[in-house]
Write a protein that binds this ligand. Structure first.
Ligand code: HEM
Length: 422
């Protein structure tokens, strides 16, 4: 019988980014869920944080957004002054009621009915991308497919010119991939002093370029209004006032990064999981109506955002641990989505998994992903259109993972397409 070594809790270091390059440490998370469900993690460059890893616990914390606040310290692990928190505060980092007012501005554009309008556009775009890419034979799935679809759809929604998409993708990479040398060169967050940028989202100078881009687009839309989100934002009223320029820039940056990178990495994990589980390809090809449950499983299995951080606003006890006012508390969605208390055989990639009430979009709190219906639709249609190609598609080298304990990113997936089977 194979014996899987279980790591010692004292060996677990969730700030060790090299481990996240190699794998998502599901072995660590299982150990924590079983033996230390509220676990104190020291940080070399920070105050340390509590890690919450069980599904039910995260749900309980999410339901108390004022006790476990996004607004007090922000949602990243950075230790910030109140001024820095305020200066980088987007929708994601706000507490109710301020959060609810801002979210109401864009909510209507992201309901299931509103995003359904994009279905035909998504389908024709994917068909075009696949027809263009597959004849290459050997290619990087990330560059040619995962990067293209979400950003092109987002360009339509935001009203940004399609030819700017690679600029926006690269800015998004530098922002969310601020610990990945391939994206930021020497400005790697855990190895450089980025304190001069701490007032900017992700402590990243790329935010300034994204802000400039947002202002340029807003000018364009003032002269040429459309039905896009940027036109809505620049004309919107908030408490009888318009959105300030700063609020607009932060909102734009959030929508571009949240709407693009998450869906891209989910697709990349999805294709890797399918190519490593060819039985699931056979099931999907035999019955393409499984694309809906398969999309949900891709999103769970990928869990593109490993965690978000909250700050305790009162002393509170969890599993016998004393969380103090001001402590950082990290919600590990990636662990919740493999919690065996919630998901039978959680490490199995099962495209018919039902029920599948995963936490990849968050759950139970006010910050539940605004774009969840859009992401689900994109991934479902993408799977439907991939079906004819899947039997002839193979992994052609190792999957290259991003260096990050925040985003579960994939940089490259070499694949080989051998043509449709007869
Ligand atoms: C598979 C793709 C996606 C994943 C895994 C994902 C994941 C998440 C997560 C985990 C949160 C935070 C939830 C919480 O703190 O409780 C979030 C929030 C958010 N997401 Fe997504 N997301 C995805 C796609 C999208 C798309 C396509 C958009 C569209 C623009 C989007 C826009 C947002 C926004 C604006 C927020 C902040 C909502 C708020 O604070 O009220 N996301 N997402």
């Amino acid at each position: 019988m194979a014996i899987t070594a279980s790591p010692d809790v004292s060996d677990i270091n969730l700030t060790d980014l090299e481990t996240f390059v190699e794998r998502t440490p599901h072995d660590w998370f299982k150990r924590l869920r079983d033996d230390a469900p509220c676990y104190w993690q020291d940080e070399a460059n920070g105050r340390g944080f509590w890690s919450v890893t069980r599904y039910e616990d995260i749900l309980t914390l999410q339901k108390q957004p004022l006790l476990f606040s996004a607004g007090v310290g922000g949602t990243s692990l950075d230790d910030l002054t109140p001024e820095q928190v305020e200066s980088r505060m987007s929708l994601l980092d706000m507490d109710p009621p301020r959060h609810s007012r801002l979210r109401a501005l864009v909510n209507r554009g992201f309901t299931p009915k509103a995003v359904k309008v994009y279905e035909n556009r998504i389908r024709s775009l994917i068909r075009e991308i696949l027809v263009e890419t597959m004849p290459l034979g050997e290619f990087d799935f990330v560059e040619h497919i995962s990067v293209e679809l979400p950003m092109q759809i987002l360009s339509d929604i935001m009203g940004s010119p399609i030819e700017d998409r690679h600029t926006l993708v690269s800015l998004g990479d530098r922002l969310l991939g601020n610990t990945e040398p391939d994206f930021v060169g020497d400005l790697v967050k855990d190895q450089s002093d980025l304190s001069q940028y701490a007032h900017l989202p992700f402590s990243s100078p790329a935010a300034l370029e994204m802000f400039d881009y947002a202002l340029g687009l807003a000018d364009l839309k003032r002269n040429n209004p459309g039905e896009d989100v940027v036109t809505i934002l620049i004309n919107s009223e908030l408490e009888g006032d318009t959105l300030s320029e700063h609020e607009f820039k932060l909102f734009f940056l959030l929508l571009i990064t949240a709407g693009n990178e998450t869906t891209r990495h989910s697709m990349s994990h999805g294709i890797a999981a399918l190519l490593q589980n060819r039985d699931e390809i056979a099931r999907l090809c035999a019955d393409p109506t499984l694309a809906g449950t398969a999309a949900e499983e891709v999103i769970r299995y990928a869990t593109a955002v490993h965690h978000f951080r909250r700050t305790a606003t009162e002393d509170v006890e969890l599993h016998g641990q004393q969380i103090k006012t001001g402590d950082k508390v990290v919600l590990w969605f990636t662990s919740a989505n493999r919690d065996e208390r919630m998901f039978p055989d959680p490490n199995r990639f099962d495209i018919t998994r039902t029920p599948n009430k995963h936490m990849a979009f968050g759950l139970g709190g006010p910050h539940y992903c605004l774009g969840s219906h859009l992401a689900r639709l994109e991934i479902k249609v993408w799977l439907e259109e991939l079906v004819p190609y899947l039997p002839g598609l193979y992994l052609n080298g190792p999957v290259d993972r991003m260096r990050s304990n925040f985003f579960n990113g994939i940089k490259r997936i070499p694949v080989r397409y051998e043509g449709a089977s007869s």
